[in-house]
Design a protein around this ligand. Sequence first.
Ligand SMILES: Nc1ncnc2c1ncn2[C@@H]1O[C@H](COP(=O)(O)OP(=O)(O)O)[C@@H](O)[C@H]1O
Ligand SMILES: [Mg+2]
Length: 249
Amino acid sequence: MKLAVAGKGGVGKTTVCAGLTLLLAEAGKVMAVDADPNNCLGFALGIPPDRLVDIKPVSEMKELLAARAGSSGGGMFDLAPEVADLIEEFKISDGNIDLLVMGTIDRGGAGCACSLNSTLKQLLRELVALPGSLLVDMEAGLEHLGRGTAAAVNAFLVVVDPTPPALRAALRIVKLAGELGITNVFAVGNRASTEGEKTLIREALGDMPVIGFVGDHRGLAQEGVFAGDAGQALRADLAAVLENLRTRA
Ligand SMILES: Nc1ncnc2c1ncn2[C@@H]1O[C@H](COP(=O)(O)OP(=O)(O)O)[C@@H](O)[C@H]1O
Ligand SMILES: [Mg+2]
């Protein structure tokens, strides 16, 4: 299962991504990539904070990649240097889960997100080739992705909640995905407990298939999303989502 999770900020991408990662990790190796500059996937996975402080963000990898490419600027990222061994160096492992953190992007001044996106693209090309599952917790946009990587991911999950901004963002993501040639795009309706909320989501998304719903489970823990009663309810909902994905993706 190779999945990328997208959606508007605050809709529950990290929660869904962490939950699916934990479920998949019960059966085998999972590579989780935190590509959101807010970097909280590690916490959501329940990895102890003292381990997370040690993690080296992949944004530091770009200097290494540049050095390996033997170039100091310009089109250095087109040279596609080996990144497989860098992945080993940058990831942290917790049981069956390997975590890579992209790091923050300096969007000010001359620092532009393109070089980091370029690093992520290269990285994803390597990661999709690894055995085991892959989950990417993305920023709202799909600018991280090129056609090659997009084709290698089984499915894009777009998390929505029953609010107009989240639903509008989902439609925009589907359009972008279409432009990248990605057809396997599924919505996960989050914080949708009532039939009314589920219907609202289905109707707003039109042709986009809704792969499942997660209820509004107040009191989810920020560290370890399956903790407590709310976490167990989340787990049950996401297990159903995963089951649906297995048959459709
Ligand atoms: N189904 C849910 N029920 C209750 N709270 C949720 C649910 N999904 C997410 N949350 C909470 O909403 C907040 C934002 O979720 P998060 O997964 O970080 O969103 P995103 O990654 O899209 O920004 C977090 O505090 C999270 O615990
Ligand atoms: Mg997030």
